[in-house]
Design a protein around this ligand. Structure first.
Ligand code: TGC
Ligand code: FAD
Length: 394
């Protein structure tokens, strides 16, 4: 990207709903993205590489476990702070936000919520500081939207101290470099349990997935378990059943609903500036009604998403946000962002397909975001079930 001239847009004066601490946290994340991410993100995507130097910076701005208590190394912040950090990171790139989402909501959250005191002390401070990176294994080659059908399983090793884990997970963000994996697998009774698998355990491999046209600055891979001997003390003692991994998804989906507003704002901001600078037929293209329709609809949808997400953040701070409310926000906001990215691409004309502007990169990234953490249609069915009481899944 040539230069990062991003200016945030706040049409309904939403800043008045934020505390000074919220604004400081957001400005810190925004400044870090401008300085450390924007100058290299285009190159990283072209090369399909996750820049590892971002890890320390993410830890320093509090992006790993923002809402995890300080006694475990987290930042002890509220849910709106978490959302604002995700927004700023995804303004930079969805792959960057993915790395922070996974570390915070899918690795630190389950260890904090379901783990033993020993597990919390062993892993959380290192995950918060970025000295240890984690990934989350739920999806399998044959079980994506329906994780309850998973076949990855463990059985007693016969020594009373270990279990033997077999199976495979697919599409796992951060797996190629993660030090630990939070893995969901069935026990001998067929119940879903969570356990921490560490890199280096014999029979555990993490092959990288190549050839992605989306989320190229995020490393994606598999988790393969071939008779991996895992200590029983690595099993989460305080959770059993699908509600364990789904509980983590509530937190990650909430973060995504904020994050994609960042990507949408970046596309809108770039399109607005371009529409004032680009002259055709003797006028800036922003003077044509059809361009104004696109821009007016974009800022309207961004503003609606900001309001939806802010309210969801208040409910989440009060522990009143329901999974179905989170599904509505994830679905609405990702669709809003991808639609804006496509319209912004049109406004940029041919330039919109180049790396000179962030548009095409956001657009491609959002094709993953609209699928992971529950597809667009799965979230629609969650809302449908919530309002009718009828389950249309199976
Ligand atoms: P169902 O029978 O409805 O529920 C089973 C149990 O779970 C409870 N539950 C929840 N608990 C907490 N949070 C939620 N959101 C929950 N939803 C349901 C439910 O009450 C029940 O509890 P209990 O006590 O009765 O046992 O389950 P189902 O098998 O019918 O499936 C429901 C469905 C389809 C909604 C669910 O499986 C689903 O959400 N599927 C989508 C899968 C998904 O989102 N995968 C994401 C993988 S991780 C990922 O994509 C990371 S990307 C990271 C990045 O890079 O940013
Ligand atoms: P499928 O479930 O096969 O769905 C295919 C299509 O069928 C979709 O359109 C879906 O909406 C539709 N469909 C399915 N069931 C129904 C139904 N009942 N009614 C109507 N339509 C239906 N997973 C992890 O565990 N950890 C990760 O870190 C992770 N990171 C990811 C990173 C990337 C880049 C990607 C692309 C995925 C990642 N995932 C991860 C996996 C992701 O969560 C799954 O891809 C997603 O849940 C969908 O599963 P699937 O791809 O198997 O699609």
């Amino acid at each position: 990207m040539a230069s990062d001239n991003f200016q945030a847009h706040d049409y309904y004066l939403m800043d008045e709903l934020l505390s000074d601490e919220h604004k400081l946290i957001r400005e810190t994340a925004r400044a870090w993205v401008k300085k450390e991410v924007s100058p290299i993100v285009e190159d990283a995507c072209q090369k399909a590489e996750f820049p590892k130097q971002w890890i320390k910076g993410l830890a320093e701005i509090g992006a790993f476990g923002p809402y995890i208590p300080t006694e475990y190394g987290g930042a002890g912040l509220d849910q709106i702070s978490y959302g604002l950090i995700m927004q700023e990171l995804e303004r930079g790139d969805s792959g960057l936000r993915s790395t922070a989402s996974v570390q915070s909501s899918l690795v630190m959250f389950p260890i904090y919520t379901y783990g033993s005191e020993e597990q919390k002390k062993k892993y959380l401070p290192k995950l918060a500081s970025g000295d240890m990176m984690g990934c989350f294994g739920l999806t399998e080659p044959d079980h994506g939207s329906n994780p309850n059908g998973m076949i990855t399983n463990f059985k007693d090793a016969g020594d009373g101290k270990h279990v033997i884990l077999n199976g495979a997970k697919m599409w796992i963000s951060n797996s190629p470099f993660a030090d630990i994996a939070v893995v969901w697998a069935k026990d001998e009774a067929g119940d879903i349990r969570g356990l921490v698998v560490e890199r280096g355990m014999k029979g555990f491999t993490t092959p990288e997935t190549h050839g992605k046209w989306s989320l190229r600055a995020s490393a994606t891979g598999e988790l393969v378990f071939d008779n991996v001997k895992v200590p029983r003390e690595n099993i989460f003692p305080n959770i059993k059943g699908l509600k364990g991994p789904l509980g983590c998804l509530n937190s990650a989906r909430y973060g995504i609903s904020w994050g994609v507003i960042g990507a949408a704002m970046d596309c809108y901001d770039s399109a607005l500036r371009y529409s004032k600078e680009r002259i055709q037929f003797g006028k800036p293209i922003g003077a044509f009604q059809l361009t104004q329709k696109k821009l007016a609809e974009m800022i309207t949808e961004i503003t609606k998403a900001q309001l939806l997400t802010w309210r969801l953040g208040v409910l989440k701070n009060e522990h009143r946000a329901t999974p179905a409310q989170i599904s509505m926000a994830k679905r609405n906001n990702v669709h809003m962002a991808i639609t804006i990215a496509r319209e912004a691409r049109q406004i940029h004309g041919g330039m919109g397909i180049t790396g000179e502007y962030p548009i095409m990169r956001h657009m491609m990234n959002l094709e993953s975001v609209i699928t992971y953490e529950g597809t667009h249609d799965i979230h629609l069915l969650i809302t449908g079930m919530d309002v009718t009481g009828f389950n249309a899944f199976g």
